[in-house]
Ligand binder design. Structure first.
Ligand SMILES: *Cc1c(COP(=O)(O)O)cnc(C)c1O
Length: 368
């Protein structure tokens, strides 16, 4: 089939990035593949991360973990965000590890244990981010109950974990200190987790103290930098997603021609307009109207005028552009492509959001 639009996913890049982050951090990598692996395709990204040495996978929801099992991924998987009063029978049946953020979730996990198989849990301690996790005031009660449930064979305490805010080294080290107080309290309560994990990509790279027994790597797997001041290449990472489309139409127009809704762009002189068949329904941020970069025929052009639901226009001047030519929105800057980070800057957001929001109308084509 000829190109219309697609996200090309380089699975070797995901494996290599996993290997690189393992090497950089010297600790086990939990590959975070929530949200369809940040838009890259969960099952294939999971396999690629495992091939690169990840020892466990992390997702937000049990449903995401079950979908991986259905795709034949049998590695340890941890899911940490749950609907109120959710039961975990399906998760237990599939051998999924449950992140526990409350006493009630602990009881629900234990209730899902079968006669012979305890449910694997990771107890999440709140250490400052103010999101999920057991509040410090409840640590004692939850830890005591967890120790009891493990003794009677209902749960297996696989991990103790928390998450940092990336506010500053001082704030993250304060979260680490809080986490260590929680670990000491756990020890005193008879809770002996197999692993303790705290850092996501940014802290794993910049704050060695937070690496502990494993790091949860999301954005780094996909070859994107979580830092404003360092690129993928600076970190030895390679972006895994290239978003491209075929030019769907070209037209020659005179000076003063309005382009797209609201005529925010008017041509300065006679010029050629190229139509790119991707829009905000596909995750191209409308906020990047007039700014987002597109590479056509080796040259970069900004979006002309407003990004619409399904399409936008590029003003290519007198450059020879034909229907069917390849237009690359972002990919690997070392190959001359714009980066997802440039699109993020153009839209006032972060590269995480750019790749994660690429929509279901854009087919993923994996290469390796
Ligand atoms: C999303 C997430 C991660 C991964 O974060 P990155 O910055 O993408 O590495 C790790 N841990 C938790 C709890 C998360 O929600």
């Amino acid at each position: 089939m000829t190109l219309f639009r697609e996200a090309v996913i380089d699975l070797d890049a995901i494996s290599d990035n996993t290997r690189q982050l393992r090497r950089m951090t010297g600790t086990d990598v939990i590959g975070v593949i929530k949200a369809n692996a940040y838009g890259h395709g969960a099952a294939s990204a999971a396999v690629a991360a495992l091939a690169g040495g990840a020892t466990r996978l992390g997702v937000a929801t049990v449903d995401e973990a079950l979908a991986l099992r259905r795709e034949g991924v049998n590695a340890p998987v941890l899911a940490w965000l749950h609907a109120p009063r959710r039961r975990f029978d399906d998760a237990a049946e599939a051998g999924i590890e449950i992140g526990i953020s409350s006493f009630d979730q602990l009881e629900a996990a234990a209730a899902a244990a079968s006669a012979r198989t305890p449910v694997g849990v990771h107890l999440k301690l709140e250490t400052g981010l103010s999101r999920n996790g057991v509040a410090p005031a409840a640590w004692e009660r939850v830890l005591a109950e967890a120790a009891r449930l493990e003794r009677i064979g209902r749960i297996r305490i696989v991990g103790l974990f928390s998450h940092v805010s990336n506010t500053s080294p001082a704030d993250d080290l304060a979260a680490l200190a809080a986490f260590e107080r929680g670990c000491a309290q756990a020890e005193a309560a008879g809770v002996r987790p197999e692993i303790r994990h705290l850092a996501a990509t940014a802290a794993a790279i910049d704050l060695p103290e937070t690496r502990l027994d494993a790091v949860r790597i999301g954005i780094g797997l996909y070859g994107l930098s979580p830092f404003d001041d360092r690129s993928s290449a600076d970190l030895g990472l390679r972006p895994a997603m290239t978003l491209r489309a075929a030019v769907a139409a070209v037209r020659r127009v005179p000076a003063g021609q309005g382009v797209s809704y609201g005529y925010d762009h008017r041509t300065a002189q006679e010029t050629t307009l190229a139509l790119i068949p991707l829009g905000y329904a596909d995750g191209i941020p409308r906020q990047a109207s007039g700014r987002g970069p597109v590479l056509i025929g080796g040259r970069r052009f900004p979006v002309a005028g407003r990004i619409a639901m399904d399409q936008f226009v590029v003003d290519v001047g007198d450059h020879a552009v034909a229907v069917g030519d390849e237009a690359i929105l972002f990919g690997d800057p070392t190959l001359g492509h714009p980066s997802a980070t440039t699109w993020a800057d153009a839209a006032g957001t972060i590269n995480y959001e750019i790749v994660t929001r690429i929509g279901p109308r854009v087919p993923r084509r994996t290469v390796s």
